[in-house]
Write a protein that binds this ligand. Structure first.
Ligand code: NAD
Length: 271
């Protein structure tokens, strides 16, 4: 018999970065709805993080907000220390936090390049590393989950689709692919699964201008064969399944959830 959704992640502890808004908030809420206790990481907006924690609690779940800048090693380590002190261990880490700092290629400053690489790529490395260290320290708990632990990266369709005007962002997401795959290869013998989700266009603050008006949304839909802009809950559902035992044999994969954005829609009518 399949496990009911509400207890799919029962007894597990999860940490989600950038969870005070958008996709991270939806992932945190979905993991909690499926039984995990969740650390809601945030930077700069304690009220928004608190609202996510309250929403999870109101639905009968357990959550704790912890502030940390994922691009700073000392802050990431302090966050994991606090999470483990509070919950005892972690079984799931979702490295979701990410930013865009857009600029044309020839005008991009080193600071614009570095900021995005620091948050989107180094931040994911730091969180994956601390997660793996904690899984190994804790040791197996087969009664809780088949894997020693699950690491999940929030990548993007720009892991594979080049993006003019966003070379720092696209590079960070391409880097996440090799971070995820190399870590997956190295950690698989220890039964740590490492995967990524590559969202297409999802309605969140990061891309507000791309869907906020009917004209903008219509233009965006020309890139989406399925003819619908995604919502954070789409990604939340996939994340919860990917870190569950139902996906125990999946490691080293990016699952694109994009309504067909990676299907080269420009070729739909010939080419
Ligand atoms: P968002 O702006 O709502 O979420 C990003 C979160 O990261 C915010 O909560 C922000 O506070 C947090 N953050 C930023 N810098 C941080 C730092 N240094 N330390 C900790 N947290 C930090 O946008 P979103 O769309 O929910 O983005 C979440 C992830 O999904 C990002 O990695 C983004 O690249 C990815 N993504 C989004 C889309 C989309 O269409 N929305 C598509 C592909 C990939």
């Amino acid at each position: 018999m399949p496990t009911p959704e509400s207890s799919r992640l029962a007894g597990q502890f999860a940490l989600v970065t950038g969870a005070s808004s958008g996709i991270g908030a939806a992932v945190a809420k979905t993991l909690a709805a499926q039984g995990a206790a969740v650390v809601v990481n945030y930077i700069g907006n304690p009220d928004a993080a608190d609202a996510v924690v309250q929403e999870i609690a109101a639905a009968g779940g357990t959550a704790l907000a912890i502030m940390a800048d994922v691009s700073k090693e000392d802050q990431v380590q302090a966050m994991f220390k606090q999470a483990v002190a509070h919950f005892g261990t972690l079984h799931i880490v979702v490295a979701n936090a990410g930013i865009q700092v857009d600029s044309g290629f020839v005008d991009m400053t080193l600071a614009q390049w570095q900021k995005v690489i620091d948050v989107n790529l180094t931040g994911q490395f730091l969180c994956l590393r601390e997660g793996a260290r904690e899984f190994i320290r804790r040791g197996p708990q087969p009664e809780v989950s088949k894997a020693l632990g699950k690491l999940l990266c929030m990548s993007s369709v720009h892991e594979v689709i080049p993006w003019a005007g966003h070379v720092n962002y696209a590079t960070s997401k391409g880097g996440i692919m090799q971070l995820m795959k190399s870590a997956a290869q190295e950690l698989a013998p220890q039964k740590i699964r490492v995967n990524a989700i590559g969202p297409g266009a999802i309605k969140t603050p990061i891309n507000h201008d791309a869907w906020a008006t009917p004209e903008a949304e219509a233009k965006l839909l020309t890139l989406i064969p399925y003819n619908r802009v995604g919502v954070p809950e789409d990604i939340g559902q996939l994340a919860a399944w990917l870190v569950s035992d139902e996906a125990d044999y999946i490691t080293g994969q990016t699952i694109f959830m994009d309504g067909g954005m990676t299907l080269y829609p420009g070729f739909a009518t010939g080419g």
